[in-house]
Design a protein around this ligand. Structure first.
Ligand code: CA
Length: 244
């Protein structure tokens, strides 16, 4: 995999260099920007994989840079660097579509972990899975047609969101996915802790639709709840060879 390209927008030279050095040591390609104007120019450039954005910046405010970035590059990942106590800015940043935030002073280790987590979920596009098997021949889900077909002949329609949610869970079958990640990747909202109940409601509806109408078997393990974290596609769902 080619090196990920990261832009560090931070006006405090010592912090900027510290962050840039830590990222380079971890194998990333780094561009440094010392004010909001340069930060926007570099952050919006083609081929950038992630932007680390301080909020209090000369020339152009960080939130202003963020909103303009969101307009021009809607899916470009942004992690906000904030000062302790500036919770309002942090919440505003997340509402405006930042993917995550790190509170200063942070350790290089914490920063790298956040960067890796964001890149892990943003660098790989969700594979376009079409067919999902339920149990051993109990039913099939066609995600393109948004339809559950049961062996007994019943057919149940899925909403666009339900199909997208299921596709994301199945494409990431090997791990638990947090509600925040589902919000940001399925709904496109880059937020943490806000409106996660919407995810629970959709999962509940999806579970009901994955209940075999003929036998009332609820496929107990179709979508597994992972306590204090989120959800995971369960053992009842499988993707035919070659679909992923
Ligand atoms: Ca600053």
């Amino acid at each position: 995999m080619p090196k990920a390209r990261i832009v560090v927008v931070e006006d405090e030279p010592a912090i900027r260099r510290g962050v840039a050095d830590a990222l380079r040591l971890s194998g990333y390609e780094v561009t440094e920007a010392g004010d909001g104007a340069i930060g926007f120019r570099e952050g919006a450039a083609a081929g950038v994989d992630l932007v680390l954005l301080d909020l209090l910046l000369p020339k152009r405010d960080g939130l202003d840079v963020l909103s303009e970035l969101r307009r021009i590059c809607p899916t470009r990942p942004v992690i906000i660097l904030t000062a302790r106590g500036s919770e309002d800015d942090r919440v505003r940043g997340l509402k405006m579509g930042a993917d995550d935030y790190v509170v200063k002073p942070f350790s290089a280790k914490e920063l790298i972990a956040r960067v890796e987590a964001v890149l892990r979920r943003t660098l790989r596009p969700t594979p376009d899975v079409r067919l999902v098997q339920i149990g051993a021949g109990v039913g099939t889900i066609d995600l393109h047609r948004r339809e559950v077909r049961w062996a007994g002949g019943d057919r149940i329609d899925l909403s666009e969101t339900e199909a997208a949610l299921l596709k994301y869970l199945v494409a990431n079958k090997e791990r638990a996915v947090s509600r925040e990640e589902l919000l940001s990747r399925v709904w496109g909202i880059g937020t943490a802790g806000l409106e996660t109940r919407a995810v629970d409601m959709h999962v509940a509806r999806l579970r009901a639709k994955l209940k075999d109408p003929a036998t009332a078997d609820d496929q107990g393990e179709a979508i597994v709840t992972v306590r204090a974290h989120g959800y995971m596609a369960g053992p009842a769902l499988s993707v035919p060879e070659g679909e992923l």
